[in-house]
Design a protein around this ligand. Sequence first.
Ligand SMILES: [Zn+2]
Length: 382
Amino acid sequence: MNAGPQLTRVPLASAAPGSPRHLTVVRYGKANARPKAYLQAALHADEIPGLLVLHHLRMLLDNAAARGEVIGQVVVNPYANPIGLAQNVNAKLLGRYALSGGGNFNRQYPDVVEAVATKVSSTLGDDPAINVATIRRAVNEVLDSLAPLADTDRLRLTLMRLAADADVVLDLHCDEEALLHLYTGKPLWPAASDLSAQLGSRLTLLAAKSGGNPFDEAVGGIWWSLAERFPGKPVPPACLSATVELRGEADVSDEVARVDAENLLKFLTRRGVLAGDPGVLPHPLGDATPLDGVDIVRAPVQGVVSYTRALGEQVAAGDVVAVMVDPGAEDPKSARSEVRTVATGLLFTRRSTRFARAGDVLVKVAGATPLAERIGGPLLSD
Ligand SMILES: [Zn+2]
């Protein structure tokens, strides 16, 4: 097999007669070559920046392949969610939740840990490399044995099967308005700090278990869950799996996407997937903080949202970050409600729609210390 690119159409479950769906998967490098990297974009189908970044990355990888520089393999899934991409309501693309009722497209990935543990419990030994190969085989066997029915669950399984045996998994998302930031597993830090520095990430959020089994954790968390299960056996965190939040939903331009793609290429080069010189690792722009230190600030009432603080500002616990204005208040003097954060840290996301219902997420502030009300709870906003 040559170095690629090799493009395959991976069929997906059809939602209705006459409506076939597929993924377009592009492979570089020899099958089974290591390290293997897997990248996908727009799992939340209305998060567009990653679509353009992978377009640019494919052009860079085409050139690398032509120069014979693909040492491992790179699997690019340039649009991960054709179900969501087809969801238009009132002339708007709505890709976060399945309109069919299948839930948030980045939650409820198959949890294979129990089944894999049963398969490998008597075969794990003292050689970490052999254990990694044993576990990867078992993961693939378990995924092959699953047969979900709903089209959304079958998409989830297809994505897991593309990614589960990779050394590097990057799931490209964005927030509404946001700084570039990452989510990754606590056991992967600081090993993943080169990813953060190369991408110019302003913040990395760490958790071992966020709740809801999002894609990056369903893939990467297999390793630290098994390490915990078999403390006497060496089970390394063999998959660097991360969610890359490529700023805000409107931050889409060729100029920015090209630089992001070049940075991903340098990261893959530094990780030995590609040959060549990745250059000097840039100075990190941000730190890692615990996911349970993020204050997810919600609207206390319905109303118009007027922010008082900007993205990228350092705020302190007790600071007002927004004012909500109730357009239906009897007296306009009592229409305004201040919204405060309980964290001290970096304001890194904001809601884009300037009207909110009570309970909607307005901003997120990343603090360095876990917040009492967040510990042990579901750590991701839905
Ligand atoms: Zn997303």
